[in-house]
Every structure is written in structure tokens, then in C-alpha cells.
Design a protein around this ligand. Structure first.
Ligand SMILES: [Zn+2]
Length: 239
């Protein structure tokens, strides 16, 4: 038996038994863990607020054998505005789904958690959710160790300027394009370069036209599918 503390975000919450909740948490120190919040669905449960998706809290856990339960939750941030708007909610669902599918159990991922927190805060501020989601995704790929090429063509090494396309390794020059890649406008390429180059707190500030933003979406989904073998169910709710 042991007791330990952790700070993190609820990635997923689902019902278990008569009144419990099962939570997938993304903790600063331990990556993803699964825990039970006993009685979290009872009225007046002390876990009610902290057992909702997106909430960021300090937790105390009790570990007995394979069983991990929450014994205390102190809410830090509820990200409540995300629940008031379908587009923002959908973008946030995509972000936590990607974390849930890629972050490994018991492996710390401090920088990715920081990225997720900043992205949820930006969504709450009301900026275009698709811009925030794309910035989150491309930075996520980089921080997870699979950085898309955005400055030099991965096939010939040439500096990328205009007329690039996006494939599973990242952006390619026009001479190296083959089939099945996503065309990129110069604005889309520039946005990608900023997301990869800048520190996380500065990646959300780019302005972009609708066509370039659509290209970034197609590029991101292709990169995610090919390199992480993930397709986001939550994207369906955004269509
Ligand atoms: Zn090339």
C-alpha cells in the first residue's frame, strides 16, 4: 500500500459500476495513468468537479496492488469555457484524444503536458479553434520525437521555399513530390515553420487564410496517421 501525489489533466472519464468513475489522467510526473474515483457519480461527491474531462487538478492517490484510487482532488483549472462552445469543445476533445492514444503509461511527458495546458487556455480565450488545434498537433509531433521536416526537403535537402507539398516525412520541394501529398501554400509552410521553430508559448499567434488552414488540417491528419497510427474519432464531431 502506498500514497502518492500528482498534478495533471483528465483525458477521459467514464462510468464504472454503480457510482464510480474510471479516469485516464495525464500526470506531469508519470505520463498516463488509469485510476478509479470511488463514488464520483454520487450527488455531492467530493470528486465531482475534478473527475470531468479537461479538468486540471492536484490529486492524491492510494495504491494497493494493481488498484489505484483517487483519495483527494484539488481543482486548479476547470477550463469551463470549453463546455460552452461546440467548436472549442471539439478541438479540445481532439487534443486530449491524441494525448490519450499516444502518451505512454508511466512515462513522464512534462513538455507535452505544458503544451496541452497552454493550448486549452488559448482555446478558452476564443481564438480560432482550428488554428490552436493545428499548432498543438505539430508541436506535439515534435515533442513526441517525430519532428516533421519543414525547413529542408527530406529527399534532396534543398531549402524549402514556396510550392512545397506535405507527405509523411513533412514538407517536400516541388521536384521531389510524388502522389498522395497535400499541397501547401506559402502561408501554410510559413505557419508550419513557426510552429516547429518557436517555443511552445509563442506558437499560437499566427494568422492564416482558410485555404491554408485546411491544408494544415489535411497535412496534420496524414502525418498523424502515418507516423503515430492514430485517427481521431473526435474529428468527426467537428465536420
Ligand atoms: Zn526535394
Amino acid at each position: 500500500m502506498s500514497v502518492f501525489k500528482g498534478r495533471g489533466i483528465v483525458l477521459k472519464a467514464y462510468d464504472q459500476g454503480e457510482s464510480d468513475k474510471r479516469l485516464a489522467l495525464f500526470l506531469k510526473e508519470r505520463g498516463k495513468i488509469y485510476v478509479t474515483a470511488r463514488g464520483a457519480r454520487k450527488p455531492k461527491s467530493k470528486y465531482m468537479a475534478g473527475a470531468q474531462i479537461f479538468t486540471y487538478s492536484d490529486f492524491v492517490f492510494f495504491e494497493k496492488g494493481q488498484m489505484l484510487s483517487v483519495t483527494q482532488v484539488d481543482l486548479i483549472e476547470s477550463f469551463y469555457p470549453l463546455r460552452m462552445d461546440l467548436d472549442r469543445f471539439g478541438a479540445a476533445c481532439c487534443m486530449v484524444e491524441l494525448c490519450d492514444k499516444v502518451i505512454m503509461e508511466s512515462v513522464g511527458a512534462d513538455e507535452v503536458l505544458h503544451l496541452l495546458l497552454l493550448s486549452l487556455m488559448q482555446l478558452c480565450k476564443g481564438k480560432n479553434p482550428a488554428i490552436i488545434q493545428r499548432a498543438f498537433e505539430f508541436k506535439f509531433y515534435q515533442l513526441s520525437g517525430i519532428e516533421p521536416a519543414v525547413f529542408n526537403c527530406p529527399k534532396c535537402g534543398k531549402t524549402l521555399e514556396s510550392e512545397a507539398v506535405f507527405g509523411h516525412e513533412g514538407a517536400l520541394c516541388k521536384n521531389c513530390r510524388a502522389g498522395g501529398q497535400v499541397p501547401l501554400t506559402p502561408s501554410a509552410l510559413k505557419a508550419l515553420q513557426q510552429i516547429i521553430e518557436l517555443p511552445t508559448q509563442h506558437i499560437f499567434s499566427f494568422e492564416i487564410d482558410p485555404l491554408s488552414l485546411e491544408q494544415l488540417e489535411a497535412a496534420s491528419m496524414l502525418f498523424m496517421r502515418r507516423n503515430f497510427e492514430v485517427t481521431l474519432k473526435s474529428m468527426d464531431s467537428l465536420k
